[in-house]
Design a protein around this ligand. Structure first.
Ligand code: GLC
Length: 492
């Protein structure tokens, strides 16, 4: 296997900073690449809440007080370093000005609004990352960027750094994790982050729908673009709604665009190794699963009733994830003999509607409107059924975790969900979950009913659980596909 020097850039990396599935991926793929003997280093912003003592962040004398200038304004960066837990993957934490010394990652918790200087925050992070490389005298073969927060890197390399010998020949990969968040700003922001203003006009490389669009910029300037499942890659080209109109541009760039299924880190997400659940279990001995269910129900304040299935959801509570339909379906769902636990942050309007249902069904429905990683593990382990009725889902990870935890996934036939769950055929005993045929409230109820009926067939259930726990979505295969792409762009 060839060895490359890879710089991996992201705005979130688990366990240091997590707002969603992105962090699970960025915390895991680099470890898999390291496993293939690659020279890989990560950089992320040093958010205020990252615990320096817990994760043993060390000062690097050379990387103190690095001046970073954008649009004539100089900010000072200080960079510390640590390792990804249980690995030899080095990660640098970039502190710059007061851009990240705040309680939120993207959103100000006080106002629930994005920080008004998000464009500058991540532009400074991107440029500071490049300046750090120079001081380290470490010239990567590729810089792998993730989502719009790192989009300025491919742009800067081909504009403001174009004549710098140090960056000569450095290639860029840009991974799209979710097109719902594209990094859109007022076109006036372009000059403030050293982007050519003329390209923000209609038809320009930075303009989409009248706004500065960092994802579009990255698609134009990167050497290769990937997204996180094969099916989503096709959908965003084919379907204007799912692709937010990016279809034609991606199609033009089809020779440098590919979908690669995310893997999962089974050292963190498997019932044998899970550090957060009270009872470990395996496909040989599933008894711990029932004990976790009891523990979870206790935490939720619900009564344990043998043979009554618990349906779990861990998700951002919004329309993309199908929660308007869930609300519509709740009366019918709760008419069944089941209990439901919903966990996650989301849109106020939907949270209010769910709260009303929780008042109506206090013994059946429990809500937690936060994201707590520990609780997420317990819900995966303690639930019998896991529901994901997303309208679009680039990859989705919780359904893959559900498989490993022997929890029956019920998913819509979309994006990565479609790639990872096969509809259960009761006759042939095939399949790994239940697909929602028609994504409506009725369709959700129908699929959940099938799952509940299946849950009651105890003899079949255990056999099924053992089968789905055997499904393997570990990173090895996908990491190799990334290596192929690195190889291709480097030797272009
Ligand atoms: C985003 C997507 C999700 C994907 C994750 C990691 O959060 O919404 O589907 O699994 O990124 O790529």
């Amino acid at each position: 296997m060839k060895q490359f020097k890879i710089l991996y850039l992201a705005s979130e990396v688990a366990p240091f900073a997590k707002a969603g599935g992105l962090a699970d991926v960025t915390g895991a793929l680099p470890k898999a690449l390291k496993g293939f003997n690659q020279e890989i280093r990560l950089m992320i912003p040093k958010y205020k809440f990252i615990n320096e003592r817990k994760y043993i962040l060390r000062e690097v004398i050379r990387l103190r007080e690095i001046p970073v200038t954008i649009n004539g304004k100089t900010e000072i960066a200080n960079v510390k370093s640590a390792f990804l837990p249980d690995s030899k993957v080095q990660i640098y934490f970039i502190e710059i000005g007061d851009y990240f010394n705040r309680p939120g990652i993207y959103i100000d918790p006080k106002t629930n609004e994005p920080y008004s200087d998000n464009a500058e925050r991540f532009a400074y992070f991107s440029k500071a990352a490049l300046e750090t490389l120079r001081i380290l005298s470490w010239q990567p073969d590729v810089i792998h960027c993730n989502d719009w927060q790192t989009a300025a890197v491919p742009v800067y390399l081909k504009t403001v750094y174009q004549t710098e010998p140090f960056f000569n020949g450095v290639k860029t990969i840009f991974t799209i994790h979710n097109l719902t968040s594209q990094g859109t700003f007022d076109t006036a922001k372009a000059s403030e982050i050293d982007f050519d203003e003329s390209q923000t006009r209609d038809g320009g490389m930075f303009n989409k729908d009248g706004q500065l669009n960092l994802t579009k910029a990255a698609i134009h300037f990167s050497d290769f673009i990937t997204t996180v499942s094969e099916n989503y890659a096709e959908e965003i080209i084919r379907d204007d709604k799912i692709g937010f109109g990016f279809g034609p541009l991606l199609n033009e760039n089809a020779e440098k665009f590919e979908g690669i299924m995310n893997g999962v880190d089974y050292s963190v997400w498997s019932p044998e190794k899970d550090k957060f659940i009270p009872n470990k279990y395996s496909k040989e001995d599933l008894s711990g699963k029932e004990e976790n269910k009891k523990a979870l129900l206790m935490r939720l304040g619900l009564e344990y009733k043998p043979d009554v299935p618990l349906l779990g959801m861990i998700s951002r509570i919004n329309e993309q994830k199908g929660f308007d339909l869930v609300v519509e379906a709740l009366d019918d769902l709760l008419a069944m003999d089941i209990q439901i636990s919903i966990h996650g942050e989301g849109d106020k309007d939907l949270l209010d509607q769910l709260t009303n249902y929780a008042k109506k069904y206090p013994n059946k429905l429990k809500l937690n409107f936060t994201y707590d990683d520990k609780m997420a593990h317990l819900i995966e382990a303690g639930s019998d059924i896991f529901l994901m009725p997303s309208r679009y889902e680039p990859c989705g990870l919780n359904q893959i975790y559900s498989l490993k935890y022997g929890t029956i996934p019920v998913v819509s036939a979309i994006g990565g969900l479609f790639d990872t769950v096969d509809d259960l055929d009761d006759e042939s005993n095939d399949g790994t979950g239940f697909i929602i045929e028609k994504l409506t409230a009725k369709g959700i109820v129908k699929a959940v009913k099938k799952a509940v009926a299946f849950y009651k067939k105890k003899d079949k259930l255990v056999e099924f659980q053992r089968r789905i726990m055997d499904e393997d979505f570990s990173w090895e295969i996908s990491a190799k596909r990334y290596l192929d792409i690195y190889d291709r762009v480097i030797n272009e």
